[in-house]
Design a protein around this ligand. Structure first.
Ligand code: FE2
Length: 448
């Protein structure tokens, strides 16, 4: 069997091949309907090693420690059926093995190895970008999409997805003009391309184009019915635009209707997916930093977080868990989370341990201290690690949360000497006109 871009797959069953194609196509297009097709593929050929790998990688991508057993099971089945695999398939098996052990950069280098011989293997490009994004290595990701881009042309299936991936790499590496052009092109090719939509939304928030941002989301929101959780993250992005305009009621409304609406099928089936937890925690804290009463909205996040205190699958998510626990007064549990993170970081030799140490742990300590009103401690914790926070992963717009916390503590401590440092950091992150942004202008105005 050959996939839609011509890569050979080792299976004796046509159905198994077709179903894994559908699964990967839907995954690449950010559709929610992926796992059932992996299941159908494996039902047709239980010895289809590559389908076991896809299953394991999708669970690994969900960044949830509770999936570890199932990921190991997929890996074991893939290795058991590894006889006669192509070199490309073998590299995927190795990539799953590295990912399952938290050796993320090793997995990425295997995706690069695959791409060296199969430059239009969009699955490898996407997986590499996802892994690198969540460890903050977007320069590396940009290098990968740049290297494969000459091999792409419109006739290659899912050309638009390559463009949307390339667009986001360019945005996070501050090539905003080219990022916007490619993002818009990917959405022209396919209006349901939520990743291209997302890349453009990032450009617009970085450049302070808030009204355009709202219109951009508004014009595309009806295309997302079949999309995965990225649609909820796009609603989070829309909240960012309203927040900058001081339209807090609008933000609360979108929070309740989309971002954390627990009645939406996506949130019913998986209420604690990391991106959704981040969206919720990040937006509620941003609102509270503006003095908005968010009522009982933290409670559902609190309940979900209490089950994840020993989850070290995402150095960007862990500080958000701390935000939630501290917001609901669960300081004992927040300290338990911190202790668990510290123990993990002290022995982990994979990609995550050092990143917890350099970025996630100080950020976690800082958000707890902030909620306790220990503002001089927040400043002491965050100032020295500002230039390392990228190591926790996430986007510039997402990591802005920790700079907003720092700015708030600077305001509360009346440290007018430090505001220039934070404003420089915000501009260095790529935001234009930092001093006019809502979380920073109040600091400047109050101090001067
Ligand atoms: Fe985003």
């Amino acid at each position: 069997h050959q996939d839609e871009r011509g890569h050979a797959l080792t299976t004796s069953s046509n159905t198994a091949g077709e179903e894994i194609d559908l699964a990967i196509h839907n995954f690449l297009h950010w559709k929610s309907d992926v796992v059932p097709h992996v299941g159908a593929s494996l039902a047709a050929d239980p010895d289809f090693a590559f389908a076991h790998v896809v299953s394991g990688l999708i669970m690994h991508g969900a960044r949830n420690v509770h999936f570890r057993g199932k990921i190991e099971e997929s890996l074991a089945k893939a290795k058991n059926s590894a006889n006669g695999l192509t070199e490309r398939e073998q590299n995927y098996v190795r990539a799953l093995e590295a990912s399952a052990s938290g050796r993320i950069t090793e997995a990425v280098s295997l995706y690069e190895t695959i791409l060296a011989k199969n430059p239009v293997d969009l699955f490898a490009q996407r997986l590499a970008q996802m892994e690198l994004f969540w460890i903050g290595e977007m320069d590396w990701s940009e290098q990968i999409s740049r290297r494969v881009s000459p091999h792409w042309e419109e006739s290659v299936p899912s050309y638009g997805v390559h463009l949307s991936c390339r667009s986001f790499d360019l945005e996070e590496t501050h090539n905003f003009t080219e990022a916007e052009a490619l993002g818009r092109k990917s959405v022209e090719i396919d209006p349901t391309d939520v990743w291209g939509t997302h890349a453009v939304a990032h450009v617009l928030i970085m450049q302070g184009r808030h009204e355009e941002g709202i219109a951009w989301i508004d014009g595309l929101k009806n295309n997302w019915a079949d999309s995965n959780q990225m649609q909820l993250h796009l609603w989070w992005h829309r909240c960012l635009f309203h927040l900058e305009r001081g339209e807090f009621d609008e933000v609360l409304d979108i929070h309740d209707t989309w971002v954390r609406n627990r009645e939406l099928p996506l949130l019913v089936s998986m209420p604690d997916l990391y991106i959704d937890m981040q969206n919720g925690a990040s937006m509620l804290l941003r609102l509270e930093l503006r003095g908005v009463d968010v009522g009982g909205r933290w409670a559902e996040l609190e309940e979900l977080t209490l089950k994840r205190l020993d989850d070290h699958t995402s150095p960007f998510t862990s500080p958000h868990f701390a935000v939630i626990l501290a917001a609901t007064g669960r300081f004992a549990e927040a300290e338990r989370l911190l202790t668990s993170m510290t123990e993990f970081a002290s022995h982990d030799r994979g990609t995550f341990g050092p990143r917890y140490l350099m970025a996630a742990i100080p950020a976690t300590q800082a958000v707890i201290a902030h909620r306790r009103g220990e503002h001089s401690k927040v400043i002491e914790l965050l100032l020295p690690v500002r230039h390392q926070l990228w190591q926790m992963g996430g986007s510039h717009a997402q990591r802005d949360l920790f700079f907003l916390v720092l700015a708030d503590s600077i305001l509360k401590e009346g440290r007018s000497d430090l505001i220039g440092i934070v404003l420089d950091d915000i501009e260095r992150a790529g935001f234009s006109d930092a001093a006019s942004r809502i979380g920073y202008k109040s600091v400047g105005a109050a101090i001067h």
